[in-house]
Design a protein around this ligand. Structure first.
Ligand SMILES: C[S@@+](CC[C@H](N)C(=O)[O-])C[C@H]1O[C@@H](n2cnc3c(N)ncnc32)[C@H](O)[C@@H]1O
Length: 275
């Protein structure tokens, strides 16, 4: 099998790179007991990719709801656009702010490419000229921002990243319905966070959406990701105290990672497992 990626090959906010070791450990434990891994909220596909590397004999279904595959397929075009931008910014220090002229030229490069190709991976291009933490999903949005020279020295590379994966693009409920009859399936659930996703996907995930996801956990083997920002774990703890075994996540194992945003802000990412 080709190389193993430790992070998504193209920028993706909310990828589970810091949980890969824990995730792989859990998968190793269920080797032989499951035949399918269903990544219901695939995002960048990093968990699907890891699952296929750890359990090559398993069927791994990557639900690519955002069409990350389209970004991967366009990587050569993206590299060519970034090379043109890099050339235009020759002589600038890393992270240096672009002048109005430089900024206009960068936008012209992207605009020309978009006209020529019909579509460009604006998210990856944005990461190369925007301040860290800023994400854009359209050229019009990109036009509104101050720019900095943040183009990486090397090219993006994603060879073999999707090898062996079964790729689908559908609502998680539809995929769950399709696969729920398989008692040897392990479901991976990493729904959008209210906070990490904001900006990129907007805050469209509400409490009712989270509760609908919890409904899927009953009677299935699962690995569920969340954070204490969403307060879903508190809710489940309350339900476990009130309703015992009938509560979602009753008897599940929780692994935690602390993320420090700055000296004041911290939150815990959690991986909750029931096998
Ligand atoms: C936190 S991210 C998953 C990150 C992924 N585990 C990774 O490591 O890259 C949540 C993903 O769910 C997707 N999503 C949102 N609504 C969805 C739906 N109804 N069905 C399936 N996926 C959905 C979002 O677009 C986003 O890609």
């Amino acid at each position: 099998m080709s190389r193993t990626y430790k992070c998504a090959p193209l920028p993706f906010m909310g990828q589970k790179r810091y949980f890969l070791r824990d995730f792989a450990e859990v998968l190793e434990r269920v080797e032989g007991q499951i035949d399918t891994v269903v990544d219901l909220f695939g995002g960048s596909g990093l968990l699907s990719h890891t699952a296929k590397r750890v359990l090559p004999g398993c069927r791994v279904i990557y639900n690519d709801f955002d069409h990350y595959d389209r970004r991967l397929a366009a990587v050569e075009d993206t590299n060519a656009i970034l090379a043109a931008i890099k050339e235009r910014l020759t002589g600038l220090e890393p992270n240096q702010r672009l002048t109005d002229w430089e900024r206009a030229d960068v936008l012209a490069i992207v605009n020309d490419a978009q006209n020529r190709l019909g579509w460009v991976d604006i998210l990856t291009i944005g990461r190369s000229v925007l301040f860290s933490g800023k994400w854009v999903t359209s050229l019009d949005e990109l036009r509104k921002h101050t720019m900095y020279n943040r183009v990486r020295p090397g090219a993006y590379e994603c060879d073999g990243y999707l090898d062996g994966l079964e790729i689908v693009h559908m609502d998680y409920r539809e995929l769950f319905e399709r696969e729920r009859g398989n008692s040897r399936a392990l479901f991976v659930l990493d729904p959008p966070y209210l906070t990490t996703e904001c900006g990129m996907y907007e805050n469209y995930w509400k409490l009712t959406d989270y509760l609908s996801v919890l409904r899927l956990l009953r009677g299935t083997k699962y690995i569920y990701f969340t954070s204490d920002k969403s307060q879903i774990v508190e809710l489940c703890q309350f339900m476990a105290e009130e309703y015992g075994e009938a509560a979602p996540m009753y008897g599940a194992t929780v692994r935690m990672r602390t993320n420090t945003l700055n000296y004041q802000a911290k939150f815990n990412d959690m991986m909750i497992t029931k096998l």
